[in-house]
Design a protein around this ligand. Structure first.
Ligand SMILES: NC(=O)c1ccc[n+]([C@@H]2O[C@H](COP(=O)([O-])OP(=O)(O)OC[C@H]3O[C@@H](n4cnc5c(N)ncnc54)[C@H](O)[C@@H]3O)[C@@H](O)[C@H]2O)c1
Ligand SMILES: [Fe+2]
Length: 381
């Protein structure tokens, strides 16, 4: 099977190894003549980034780059990016990177058209309708990790550096116009980032699948996404240059983000405050949290998880699925507790409040309360 295709769901996706060579053409189809490539500090000097700039340059599109982007990017990164966008008179963004570069790039394209502060566009009710949709710049997204699926998402996660809260900023036009999903770009990803991002994709599928909202399309995508992670994440971690495994993981990541339009749940509600306060890696934090959340949600999801286990070829119903998750974590070297990521119990009441206020908490199949949420934190730290 050739793992190359053009998909138009949920947006235009040029999928396949080597397809970064089409970057200039992707800009043309998005209507971009003077792109600003936005990425994070870590990627700025890597060969995959420089080669992409070379391709743009050769096509007469310049080689403008903005890379002052932190992991868990914040509003200061965004303001600086908007300034670079305006100074260079750019007409579109190439959002390049893991979730950090992708999310920040998407926000630069979105916010360059706005006069209100970014927090006014949090994913609450119809707040997105407050935005001026006209001036939003087109976005070409190029993922270099396989996890967040932000390349096919209509939201970005931005950390408010004053309140240390991760906010989800939503607008339908934040969905990139064109995606180049080239698994070769992920070959140099360090092992623990491969693990963390891969487990983020798994968490997206699992939480979307477990959420009780009505969305049968998402259900099917989430189920197959979990299967791909089960088959291919261990392979991608064992041999980073296994291009088939890298490709399947890149598909699983996009599937996770497509599926979580249905909803997320306690894994993300807990992991957002932890990431915002302790700057831990998002996906790795999720990976630590998953088993405790499965246990808490068991009464509400037992049947559904048993069905998933059958599809994934796991015997033993819910228990078999739980054991599979524990084994996967152990095989991949995921730390058992958040303590191992430097998280203590001293801010547990604050984190409990933040988790309950997180918009993802509403999707959890068991209602999250101050009591069960604090117990979860005690359990996972
Ligand atoms: N928008 C969404 O829907 C969504 C969903 C989940 C998470 N997120 C956000 O995404 C962020 C996390 O993204 P992430 O997990 O992809 O990590 P990341 O983007 O922070 O990248 C992690 C590290 O890996 C490096 N890196 C990335 N690609 C590489 C490559 N190919 N080779 C070598 N190094 C590489 C980066 O430089 C960085 O140092 C968090 O801010 C999280 O909140 C967003
Ligand atoms: Fe996530």
């Amino acid at each position: 099977m050739t793992l190359t295709a053009n998909w138009s769901y949920p947006t235009a996706i040029r999928f396949g190894a080597g397809r970064i060579s089409e970057i200039a053409d992707a800009c043309a189809s998005a209507g971009i003549k003077n792109p600003l490539l936005v990425t994070d500090k870590g990627l700025a000097g890597l060969p995959i980034t420089l080669a992409t700039l070379d391709l743009l340059d050769a096509a007469g599109l310049g080689r403008a780059i903005f890379a002052d982007v932190d992991p868990n990017p914040n509003e200061f990164n965004m303001e600086a990016g908007i300034a670079a966008f305006r100074t260079g008179r750019h007409d579109g963004v190439i959002a390049f990177g893991g979730g950090s570069g992708l999310d920040l790039g998407k926000m630069v394209a979105f916010m360059t058209a706005q006069t209100r502060p970014v927090w006014d566009f949090e994913d609450v009710g119809d707040w997105w309708t407050r935005a001026n949709a006209e001036g939003i710049a087109p976005i070409v997204a190029v993922p270099t990790t396989a996890g967040t699926g932000s390349e096919v998402g209509r939201a970005s996660v931005i950390t408010n550096s004053q309140t240390h809260v991760k906010k989800i900023i939503f607008h339908p036009k934040v969905l990139p116009t064109v995606v180049i999903a080239d698994p070769e770009l992920t070959i140099g990803m360090p092992k623990m980032i491969t693990v963390g991002t891969g487990m983020d994709a798994f968490a997206h599928c699992l939480e979307a699948y477990s959420s009780t909202f009505f969305h049968p399309m998402s259900q099917g995508i989430a189920l197959e996404g979990m299967r791909l992670v089960k088959e291919y994440l261990p392979r991608a971690v064992a041999d980073g240059s296994d291009i088939e495994a890298r490709a399947q993981m890149m598909a699983a990541a996009a599937m996770g983000a497509t599926a979580f339009q249905k909803g997320l749940g306690a894994v993300h509600a807990l992991s957002h405050p932890v990431g915002a306060l302790y700057n831990t890696h998002h996906g790795l934090t999720n990976a630590v949290v998953i088993p405790a959340v499965l246990t808490m949600n068991r009464p509400a999801i037992e049947d559904r998880i048993s069905a998933a286990a059958s599809y994934l070829g796991i015997s033993g119903g819910f228990d078999g699925f739980y054991d599979f998750v524990q084994e996967l974590r152990a095989d991949l070297g995921v730390p058992d507790k958040l303590r191992d990521l430097g998280v203590g119990t001293d801010r547990i009441d604050e984190m409990t409040k933040m988790a309950l206020a997180d918009p993802t908490s509403g999707g959890n199949p068991v209602k999250m309360t101050p009591k069960n949420t604090k117990s979860l934190f005690l359990d996972i730290i």
